[in-house]
Write a protein that binds this ligand. Structure first.
Ligand code: SF4
Length: 501
């Protein structure tokens, strides 16, 4: 079985995971990409397509498998100026070079790797861009290609679109030759190790080191490799990933169940509360603290939520790579605790910049008095700051909105309300079902922000059928509306506790 660059990089991240992928086809479902991950892959392909325009006269290898290698050989012999997807197979390794460019001066081939990122990953635990290039360097060395330099092409986060895209400004081309030379021998050793490890037919008993990491690091095969660990375990203790020593002590003693966490393990206040509510199955509710918190708010209350899409290639003027396009907001307005909230919403349904019409309606709907309530306010405030930079006429109003903003998550973050079903988290998706079991996201076609972003992108596609567009628009309205209504319901729950209703 050939080892590709992707396989090798996955091996560096986790040998066990890639072994399972290769040798356990029955687990394949666990490895499928989510719609959001697929969208990222699509964006990466789009970036590559744009970056190829930096090499006029370049020729793409169109053949597949063995024929791709032969086509590459013909193009190399013909000394074409640039070859896209130049393919080499040697010693059990296969690589496809994004751009193999011929330098007439040095009479050597230069390797260009295109990354759809705003920066290079070359430091600390993530050196994947350097390792990626070093893998290609090794394969081309084995194939006896005379390589000159190694470059990484990536997006320039400082670039701001003004009219037609300026590719020479939107992309940065960085010479990584010295770093590749310094890393090559280490990578070659690892390539040999990968070959040995992945050719094993017996399943490696060792290697699932995530048992020493918090839940967020686990891949989808964690349960398969660690059947003794319960579905809700010590790995779910809040921020336990930051205190690996504590986790290791418990793992070594095989104490995975939250009921077995020993008293001699020093826990943070949040972790202690999480254990307490889990063991007693009773919520912690600090009514006086909640009341003080809610007393900071002034009516009307505006429950606000944005949905955004962040494309790698800026779609409109005033945007940089990965700037967020705010395509939707939902706003529930509560003028008095005794009445039902009003609802205002905006959804941009065409492929143009939504900022102006969205901000027009938002600013018209939010008065100078009152509190704006969001969940994770740094997100909404960031979107407002970015809109303010594009819309000078609304700058003052958007800044005022930011000043009036209150983060409803604070009540839970500050531990004034801790419920066993939160499982140590404070996201609205965890809090809502515990406080309002009848109102969750299970009945919706869109359940989370990444999916909403993906759906909007599909909806504005010129090829999307009308019926599909209508359905997506309806799903998006319901989803975003649910977020702000959920905040209202959570606020009401807290308010009733605070006033003793
Ligand atoms: S859970 Fe972690 S260590 Fe285990 S296979 Fe997955 S990524 Fe690797």
């Amino acid at each position: 079985m050939m080892i590709s660059k992707t396989t090798f990089l996955e091996f560096l991240m986790c040998p066990k995971n890639i072994w399972l992928k290769r040798h356990k086809p029955e687990l394949l479902d666990m490895f499928s990409l989510s719609p959001f991950e697929l969208q990222l892959v699509e964006q990466g392909n789009e970036v590559e397509t744009y970056a190829r325009n930096l090499f006029p006269g370049g020729v793409q290898v169109t053949a597949t498998e063995d024929e791709a290698v032969r086509e590459t050989e013909r193009l190399v012999l013909a000394r074409v100026s640039a070859i896209f997807q130049a393919t080499f197979v040697v010693d059990g390794f296969i690589t496809k070079v994004d751009v193999l460019g011929y330098d007439e001066t040095s009479r050597r081939w230069d390797i260009y790797e295109i990354k759809g990122t705003n920066s290079i990953k070359e430091e600390g635990s993530d050196r994947s861009h350097i390792d990626d290039l070093a893998f290609q360097a090794s394969v081309l060395k084995r194939a006896r290609v005379e390589v000159g330099k190694y470059f990484l092409i990536h997006l320039n986060k400082e670039y701001v679109r003004a009219g037609d895209l300026e590719l020479d400004k939107m992309f940065l081309v960085e010479d990584m030759s010295e770093k590749i030379a310094a890393r090559l021998s280490e990578i070659e050793e690892k390539m040999d190790a990968a070959k040995g490890y992945l050719s094993r037919t017996d399943e490696p008993s060792e290697g699932c080191d995530c048992v020493y990491s918090g839940r967020s690091s686990h891949c989808s095969t964690f349960k398969y490799s660690n059947p003794d660990v319960p579905e809700y375990s010590i790995h779910d203790l809040a921020r336990i990933g930051n205190s690996k020593k504590k986790l290791s002590i418990m793992v070594e003693r095989r104490l995975f169940d939250l009921n077995d966490v020993p008293a001699d393990i020093e826990l943070s206040e949040i972790q202690v509360n999480q254990l307490r509510v889990h063991r007693s199955q009773t919520a912690i509710i600090e009514v006086d603290r909640i009341r003080e918190e809610l007393e900071q708010l002034t009516f009307p209350l505006y429950f606000l939520d944005y949905e955004t899409f962040a494309p790698a290639i800026p779609m409109f003027n005033g945007y940089s790579p990965y700037s967020r396009i705010p395509f939707q907001f939902s706003l529930h307005i509560l003028r008095d605790p005794s009445v039902e909230p009003e609802h205002v919403e905006y959804l941009h349904e065409i492929a143009s910049d939504p900022s102006k019409p969205l901000a027009d309606l938002l600013v018209r709907s939010i008065g100078a008095k009152g509190s704006i309530i969001s969940w994770n306010k740094s997100f909404e405030q960031g979107v407002n700051r970015e809109m303010a930079a594009r819309l000078p006429d609304h700058k003052a109003a958007l800044e005022r909105i930011n000043e009036q903003m209150y983060d409803l998550k604070d009540v839970f973050h500050k531990q004034y309300y801790v419920h066993p079903e939160f499982r140590g988290k404070t996201s609205i998706k965890k809090v809502l079902p515990a406080l309002a079991p009848d109102l969750n996201y299970g009945d919706l076609n869109i359940h989370e922000g990444g999916q909403a972003s993906d759906a909007w992108w599909s909806m504005i596609s010129p090829t999307a059928p009308e019926e599909e567009r209508r359905q997506i628009a309806s799903d998006l309205r319901i989803y975003c509306g649910r977020d702000t209504f959920a905040m209202y319901v959570i606020w009401k729950h807290l308010y009733q506790l605070a006033v003793g209703v």
